[in-house]
Design a protein. Structure first.
Length: 427
């Protein structure tokens, strides 16, 4: 591979919690040297003058849905990979909620092969925790790990039989497998389209109390305490769940938690007049919850920010709010949406990149997500101040169900590199 030298960059280092002006040397796909601010311009290889723009580890996006197999018209590995590269995402951790579910080594090997053929970014698949994500019989966790599964999840289908859940947690613990769960009490949250409160009542929408999330998390914490499993909550979205999470971490349980960029930057009122692009699972929360979750990311209580990229076609969204499918695409909007938090003074850039890159990489045992010498040269060069008007028709995803359509945003990806190879350059 050719040598690349980055000069005159603001280096966002989430591991050291700092931003410094300097440069990097990349050779054979890895970072080989850090350069000081006044480093001379070298002549060998490619030299990139970053012009004091920000250079950070590529985003490791935990929880991306790619609709292969089953619904390729919504999103393919090719379209998702192009969207990821344009969004500064260098590693996608993909979900198993496909049709059929990724619950066997054969299906896992199929998607891994498709991903390696079609995407310019790294793709690491998760597998289902139970067969067909039905919550009745656990999958062959050991064989799936051997086939390349990095974690196990039934996504938004909560296992209702606690005995089955306990058996799966215990078996996963014996193998050191990571379980990723969706903390919701399934009975309370079934059929909900909004968060309970005055707004949902005025709109006549079926709603769920935030306590459903707290109750689901409490059960999962008890299972972790009983079995010793490695556990990650995919989305913590309300203030009432935070004390339970803090207590679990204080006990020394092997627990981490994530949240989605949409729950960090939008609230329940954004639904307005039944705008289905804002229908998510769990539903958008009140502003007080949004701010509490942002503070939890800042303090480190919540470890990971992800896109929770969920493509839905027009036919799934152009329905009455109750009937419309949940979810939004976010591979390309993750970085500019995160800049809303930065420009609002809620979370600084090293903390954002710790949550979007370093922490998810660490949780999965990956060597990326950092700027240290020897780390993979998975990098994103971006301008956090560049303004633009979001036009969903320009998104590279096959589905374009973004709640940010028409929004004024700041933050543009200028270049993305995977293993020292350029996979996106802003035209």
């Amino acid at each position: 591979m050719s040598k690349i030298t980055f000069l005159n960059a603001r280096l966002v280092d989430p591991e050291q919690d700092e931003i410094v002006i300097g440069g990097l040397v990349v050779e054979d796909g890895r970072i080989t040297k850090h350069l000081p601010k006044d480093a001379p311009r070298l002549t060998s290889g490619r030299v990139i003058d970053c012009e004091l723009k920000y250079l950070a580890p590529g985003i490791v996006d935990l929880g991306v849905k790619v609709c292969e197999p089953g619904d390729r018209h919504k999103e393919s590995y090719r379209s998702a990979g192009l969207a990821a590269a344009a969004g500064g995402v260098t590693t996608m951790i993909t979900r198993p909620d496909t049709d059929p579910a990724i619950d066997s080594p054969e299906t896992l090997e199929f998607v891994a092969r498709r991903a390696s053929e079609a995407t310019p970014v790294n793709v690491l698949p998760m597998a289902a925790l139970t067969k067909e994500r039905q919550g009745r019989e656990m999958t062959e966790i050991g064989f799936l790990m051997d086939a390349g599964a990095v974690a196990f999840t039934d996504c938004d289908r909560v296992i209702t039989d606690t005995k089955v859940a306990a058996r799966a947690f215990r078996y996963a613990a014996g193998l050191g497998a990571l379980i990723i769960a969706h903390p919701q009490e399934p009975g309370l949250s079934h059929g909900a389209a909004a968060t309970s409160g005055k707004f949902a009542s005025l709109r006549g929408l079926p709603a769920v109390s935030p306590m459903a999330e707290r109750m689901g998390l409490d059960r999962d914490i008890a299972l972790v305490e009983m079995t010793g499993a490695r556990y990650h909550a995919d989305q913590i979205t309300c203030a009432r769940a935070l004390p339970a999470l803090a207590r679990a971490k204080a006990k020394g349980l092997d627990i981490t938690a994530g949240t989605s960029i949409h729950h960090l930057t939008l609230n329940a009122l954004d639904v307005a007049d039944y705008r289905t692009f804002f229908k998510l699972k769990p539903p958008l929360r009140d502003e007080q919850d949004r701010l509490a979750v942002a503070e939890a990311v800042k303090s480190g209580l919540i470890d990971v920010i992800s896109s929770m990229h969920t493509p839905q076609d027009e036919e799934s969204k152009r329905l009455p709010f109750e009937e419309a499918a949940s979810g939004a695409v976010a591979l390309e909007t993750l970085l500019p949406a995160a800049m809303r938090l930065y420009h609002a003074g809620l979370i600084d850039l090293p903390t954002l990149w710790r949550a979007m890159s370093f922490n998810p990489a660490q949780r999965l045992g990956l060597t990326c997500g950092r700027l240290t010498v020897g780390a993979p040269a998975d990098l994103v060069l971006f301008d956090p101040d560049a303004p633009f008007l979001m036009d969903r028709t320009t998104l590279r995803s096959k589905s374009q169900n973004t709640p940010f359509d028409g929004a004024r945003m700041q933050g543009k990806v200028l270049s993305t590199f995977v293993g020292g190879t350029s996979v996106y350059e802003k035209s």
